[in-house]
Design a protein. Structure first.
Lengths: 399, 156
């Protein structure tokens, strides 16, 4: 059986399951396929086990009573469920946000608004010469990114692969596992401040002296050799730069020297799917308030929690108690929480209502969007009736 | 840790007694590393009490030889994350599997040298490796491109 892995935004489509063994999946993917039956959530209201319909009924009740509800998460579910969640938020006049508000939302937004030229990962494999990982360590976030799409594979126009037909650049504040791989035909730039490197690129293009002028000069010369170069931007890029505009300007200016494309790298399986779904509907990628009809930093779920702006939250497929700082997640105790999750997550253990769901891509078929924007259809191993789509539809009907 | 014949030689009796069938202790050290000889073939090391300490050190030092495959490859599964870099870079895979491993997918041939199984890399078909047999090439690309040093070779 050939499956698509919903483990990260690579959405690898060559996972083979045969005789109880999982082939080709990385450790992260194997965890999902091999252990999806463990630690499953049970329907609960106020810590007591109930049936699913009762839990959904209680969730509807909470949402009806809430004055300022928020919907949060959705990065690991399918596009079809994300669309329903956006409709639900509209109906409730609620806030809606996902992890991208503190992850790579801004970078995806710039790509969706066509501020930077982008390409698909298949184009990268076939054509890319200079490959820059900027503030991204795929070893942790996207284990098979380098071997499937970028540096290592042999592509149509790059038949000698990493041996001679690629040039790898890793930009990071530390010597990461990815930086260790920058050996032959490669360069590792250890930066103190990403803005200095952006500045060096600008100055080097104008022929002026700069801190990283020597390294940048070599990279620019390499870029000129090819008609396809790519920058993968990760969290280090987002948090390294105070203002992302200078990076967008840099990509534009680099394109005057040689074709350079940008692809965000390193996030949940369908985070880009959420960004695109909300963008189609509202023109913004995250932290949106249907009541105000706009997006703002203060509408990010973390900010709403910190400032005690919400009184109820519908959390779908994410675990804020695990992923957010304690100061922020502790505030969940002050509001009513409804958790829709296949697993008994930390948040589910303290939630007012827990609705057990299906694991997207394994127990629920649907569409997900890869990090480069390609839509991929996932087929379930075994369909489960009570999944995110079913639950969100039921809540919608109840309202 | 890398093994080299000089380190082995230093712990041998260095008497060139020829009881093992080799002309010199140095040549015996090389054959030990290539697994053509075993430590037990060195008779004085086991018969003479004064070599006991050296023998124990050697036994400790040669332990990785037992876990290594015939090409000297050692995979530490605890360190492997299954990124598949080794599978994709292997020149033998590129030649035999141009539509699979060569372009970044999982191997489509039945007998790849390395394959990612249950999230970690496993050695499947050692005989196909360029390091196997008499006319071997000391290729190390899989080790060179492993981000965690999960792949090692005996010689380092």
């Amino acid at each position: 059986m050939i499956m698509i892995c919903p483990g990260c935004s690579c959405l690898c489509d060559d996972i083979t399951i045969k005789d109880g063994k999982i082939f080709n999946a990385c450790r992260r993917g194997e965890e999902i396929f091999g252990r999806y039956k463990e630690n499953r959530a049970r329907a609960m209201v106020d810590g007591k086990e109930v049936d699913v319909d009762a839990a959904i009924g209680k969730a509807v009740e909470i949402l009806k009573e809430a004055k300022n509800p928020a919907i949060y998460g959705l990065d690991t579910t399918v596009v079809e469920a994300q669309k329903l969640a956006v409709e639900l938020a509209e109906k409730l006049n609620a806030y809606i946000d996902d992890n991208s508000s503190f992850c790579l939302g801004e970078l995806v937004e710039a790509v969706l608004k066509k501020e930077m030229p982008t390409a698909t990962l298949d184009d990268v494999r076939d054509n890319a010469y200079v490959i820059i990982y900027w503030g991204s360590n795929p070893f942790h976030s996207l284990p098979r990114h380098m071997s499937r799409y970028s540096y290592y594979p042999r592509g149509a126009k790059r038949p000698r692969g990493y041996d001679e037909d690629r040039y790898l650049v890793v930009v990071d504040v530390r010597k990461s596992e990815t930086a260790v791989l920058a050996k032959k035909n490669a360069k590792f730039i250890q930066v103190d401040d990403d803005a200095e490197l952006v500045d060096s690129f600008f100055k080097a293009m104008d022929g002026k002296a700069a801190k990283y002028a020597q390294d940048v000069g070599i990279i620019l010369n390499e870029m000129k050799k090819a008609d396809f170069n790519v920058i993968f931007g990760g969290l280090g890029l987002k948090y390294g730069l105070k203002d992302l505009k200078m990076f967008v300007e840099l990509v534009k200016k680099l394109n005057e020297v040689a074709p350079v494309y940008f692809i965000p790298a390193g996030f949940h399986a369908n985070m880009r799917g959420f960004n695109e779904t909300l963008f189609e509907k509202t023109g913004y990628v995250n932290k949106y308030s249907f009541r105000d009809g706009s997006s703002d930093d203060s509408f990010a779920f973390t900010e709403l929690l910190m400032n005690e702006k919400i009184d109820a939250a519908l959390i779908v497929g994410t675990d804020p108690i695990y992923s957010l700082p304690h100061d922020v997640s502790a505030k969940l105790g002050k509001i009513k929480t409804i958790v829709v999750d296949p697993r008994m997550s930390f948040t589910a253990r303290v939630a007012d209502v827990v609705i057990p769901s299906a694991i997207s891509g394994i127990e629920m078929s649907g569409t997900m969007v890869r990090s480069d924007g390609v839509r991929i259809k996932l087929e379930a191993i075994e369909e489960r009736e009570v999944n995110d789509i079913h639950i969100l539809k039921k809540i919608m009907e109840g309202l | 840790m890398a093994l080299n014949p000089m380190d082995i030689y230093k712990l041998l009796p260095k008497t060139n007694c020829k009881k093992c069938g080799e002309a010199t202790c140095m040549s015996f050290a090389f054959k030990l590393l290539n697994r053509e000889k075993r430590l037990e073939d060195c008779k004085p090391l086991y018969e003479d009490k004064k070599y006991e300490r050296q023998r124990k050190k050697l036994e400790e030092m040669l332990k990785p030889l037992e876990e290594a495959t015939e090409t000297g490859l050692i995979v530490n599964e605890d360190l492997c994350v299954g990124c598949g870099n080794c599978v994709v870079v292997c020149p033998v895979h590129v030649e035999k599997d141009p539509k699979g491993a060569a372009v970044g997918n999982g191997p489509t041939i039945d007998d790849p040298i390395l394959r990612v199984e249950d999230g970690v890399v496993k050695v499947i078909n050692m005989q196909a490796c360029r390091r196997y047999g008499k006319n071997r090439v000391l290729c190390v690309v899989c080790r060179e491109n492993c981000p965690t040093d999960a792949i090692r070779f005996l010689e380092g």
